[in-house]
Ligand binder design. Structure first.
Ligand code: HDD
Length: 690
């Protein structure tokens, strides 16, 4: 579905879009084909003939259909949209016009991904999520290739192959898929303490986003903005989701991985199809060059954040995704991001992780996309004009005319000309030093910010982190590795390490040399995420024959008007009959879905329906499981029977909303508020078997 406007990128893609309606089948060379079901053979039972050019072409193309998947971030999905700055607030800091021209809509293509799993792995695994944005600006493409976690595992990119090898499935048997719960990753972690801060984030709910639309994005590195006078300002980029930051719970993610491995991909796709365009706000943290050394961490160290309480995040613009790709391979798979794609006004810093990426992204596209002309692939083509002396190579798509393919030249009138007001000029930084392989002493503190993160968590976030460490380390076979990690964690917080140790059969660790510093950063906690909204939340309404059809209609209308998406589920597909023998249309049979695919469950009244559902293990499980996953549950009238059958323990329970059925509107309001709160972690739910 198209958004309310078309971008220049969208129009550029028109040139290569192909439709097949009312066309005839041809070979790749345009010859019409009379039969594509039978190969050419002498006699009906004879061998296939070599001269069957259509057969050969069809099979050859098929045989060569796959390209290497991305070495990391192989699984992803993407969408088109636009970015627009709110105002010219950044004009004193950067020449980048797309950031400083109010009302200017720059087309973007955004790809979200998991990191470790292969292309066909499940969406909801515990992992970092990629958040890569290609801005097609009038000054050329700018790629902001970030993640949903603001720090990284390592400080120097020379260690990237090591961390990725350790995290990927183990090399001898390629197990486990899309999971870090195995020996090699944790062996790396215990031996490379700089990864501790990142592992705290990965063990937190940040690694289990409810939706790409409900997660933050971060440029991670400190970049540099450069203004017209050449003055630099350090900058960290942040994306904040309009719908707030929300996560799934671990048990739920594992079940979704089986029930709907495309959960996040489908969510993004459907949100755009239904016109609920995902939106984020771009924010920046700015640090003047002269303040470079005024923090107790190094701005060039990608394992550190700048706490928002020290440098506030200044909102500068919004990103809206309003169009799904036409073709997954042509767009989502072939898009090539590269940190080195910067436009005038944005520059790098000497962050050694950033510097290494400047090499890796270009290099990887050469093997993945098969040669140096990948920038000509439609999704990668800039809107800005491309003119240079690069020539030839596999799959050259343009026909460069004239004799001059060198500079300087007179045969081409000296063109393409060098320079001009829009030309990129690198920030002039004085650099001086000996050639050495050494980390700066300012990169040496690996624990303070891990502790800051832990201290900033609410009690339920801490419980989830401890459970995640217990799960992951519980799957580690080598006891030395488990112990090593626990020792490491003790430097973060002694109680954390002791709690983890208690769950994995490791002796409690010794008190660390440096005690917990006691500092926290409230901005890090999801418990403080300000946005509560019912918009696009999915609600399962469970019915059987004899349901109160009036109630079903009324709650659907009330919740729908708040922006919720309601599905009616029943033991069978099609329709059930209500109290008055009227049909209630059913969206899905219970067995084709699961409570884990919804944000909340609601059971309307109707004695016969409630009785039938309470005898149906599938329906009872919906309620018990939603309870276990801290989701809102609503029951009207006789629907309460399901709460009893699900044996949830004595109420009232936070987030479980009951109503008599007389005031459906009032009930819907209270239930809507419970759904908007996302989860109700204060419940006593450990004893519920689901
Ligand atoms: Fe990377 C892909 C994000 C460090 C090397 N990376 C890739 C993608 C994202 C990130 C979102 C997927 C892009 C897409 O959707 O196509 N990577 C990050 C972040 C990092 C980071 C936020 C740390 C701050 N990456 C990093 C390092 C290196 C790489 C240190 C190597 C030195 N990353 C790659 C790569 C990939 C990639 C091998 C694989 C596919 C691709 O580039 O296009 O070059």
């Amino acid at each position: 579905m198209l958004g309310d406007h078309r971008t220049d990128k969208d129009r550029q893609l028109d040139d290569v879009r192909v439709d097949y309606q009312d066309t005839a089948l041809t070979t790749d060379h345009g010859i019409r084909i009379d039969d594509t079901d039978n190969s050419l053979r002498p006699g009906e039972r004879g061998p296939t003939l070599m001269e069957d050019f259509h057969f050969r072409e069809k099979l050859t193309h098929f045989d060569h259909e796959r390209i290497p998947e991305r070495v990391v971030h192989a699984r992803g999905s993407a969408a088109h949209g636009y970015f627009e700055p709110y105002d010219a607030a950044l004009a004193p800091f950067t020449r980048a016009q797309f950031l400083t021209t109010p009302g200017l809509r720059t087309p973007v293509f955004v790809r979200f991904s998991t990191v470790v799993g292969s292309r066909g792995s499940a969406d909801t695994v515990r992992d970092v999520r990629g958040f890569a944005v290609k801005f097609y600006t009038a000054q050329g493409n700018f790629d902001l290739v970030g993640n949903n976690i603001p720090v990284f595992f390592i400080q120097d990119g020379i260690k990237f192959p090591d961390i990725v090898h350790a995290a990927k499935p183990e090399p001898h048997n390629e197990i486990p898929q899309a999971s870090t719960a195995h020996d090699t990753l944790w062996d790396f972690v215990r031996l490379q303490p700089e990864s501790t801060h990142m592992m705290m984030w990965v063990m937190s709910d940040r690694a289990l986003p409810r939706s790409y639309r409900m997660m933050q994005g971060f440029g991670v590195h400190t970049f540099r903005l450069v203004n017209a006078e050449g003055r630099g300002t350090f900058v960290k980029f942040h994306w904040k989701p309009k719908l707030g930051i929300h996560s799934l719970v671990w048990d739920e993610t594992q079940k979704i991985a089986g029930k709907d491995p495309d959960f996040n991909r489908r969510d993004l796709w459907e949100a755009i199809v239904t016109g609920n365009f995902p939106e984020w706000e771009l924010g920046v943290q700015l640090v003047a060059e002269e303040d470079e050394h005024s923090f107790d961490f190094d701005l060039l160290d990608a394992t550190k954040i700048i706490p928002e309480e020290l440098v506030p995040v200044q909102p500068v613009g919004r990103l809206v995704l309003d169009r799904n790709p036409d073709n997954f391979f042509a767009e989502t798979e072939q898009v090539a991001f590269h940190l080195g794609n910067v436009v005038p006004g944005i520059d790098f810093t000497n962050d050694p992780l950033l510097q290494s990426r400047l090499f890796s992204y270009l290099d990887t596209q050469l093997i993945r996309l098969g040669g140096p002309n990948f920038p000509q692939i439609p999704i990668n083509r800039p809107l800005a004009e491309v003119r240079n002396h690069h020539r030839d190579g596999y799959h050259q798509m343009i026909i460069p005319r004239g004799r001059a393919s060198y500079h300087p030249n007179s045969t081409g009138g000296g063109c393409p000309a060098v320079g001009g007001p829009d030309a990129y000029t690198h920030f002039q930084e004085r650099v001086d030093g000996h050639k050495i392989r050494k980390r700066s002493a300012s990169f040496a503190d690996h624990y303070s910010q891990a502790t800051l993160f832990w201290n900033s968590m609410s009690s339920w976030e801490r419980a989830h982190i401890v459970a995640a460490f217990r799960f992951e380390l519980g799957r580690v076979v080598d006891p030395d590795i488990r112990e090593g990690v626990v020792r490491n964690l003790s430097n973060v917080d002694h109680e954390l390490a002791s709690l983890v140790a208690a769950g994995i059969g490791v002796a409690p660790p010794a008190e660390p040399a440096v005690p917990n510093h006691g500092l926290s950063s409230p901005a890090l906690s999801q418990a403080h995420a300000p946005v509560r909204s019912v918009a696009t939340r999915k609600i399962a309404i469970l019915v059987a024959d004899g349901a109160d059809g009036g109630q079903v209609k009324a709650v659907q209308a009330a919740l729908g008007s708040m922006g919720a998406l309601c599905d009616v589920l029943a033991p069978r597909g099609g329709a059930v009959r209500d109290l008055d023998d009227k049909p209630v249309p059913v969206n899905h049979a219970l067995i084709t879905m699961a409570s884990v695919l919804y944000d909340a469950v609601l059971v309307p009244g109707g004695q016969e329906s409630a009785r039938a559902l309470s005898m149906d293990g599938e329906a009872v499980h919906y309620v018990a499981e939603a309870f276990k996953h801290a989701k809102a549950i609503g029951v009207l009238g006789e629907g309460a029977l399901l709460l009893e059958t699900a044996r949830l323990g004595p109420g009232p329970h936070p987030g479980v909303v009951t109503g008599t059925g007389e005031d459906v509107k009032g009930f819907a309001k209270a239930f809507g508020a419970a759904v908007a709160a996302h989860r109700h972690h204060g419940r006593a739910m450990d004893g519920v078997p689901a």
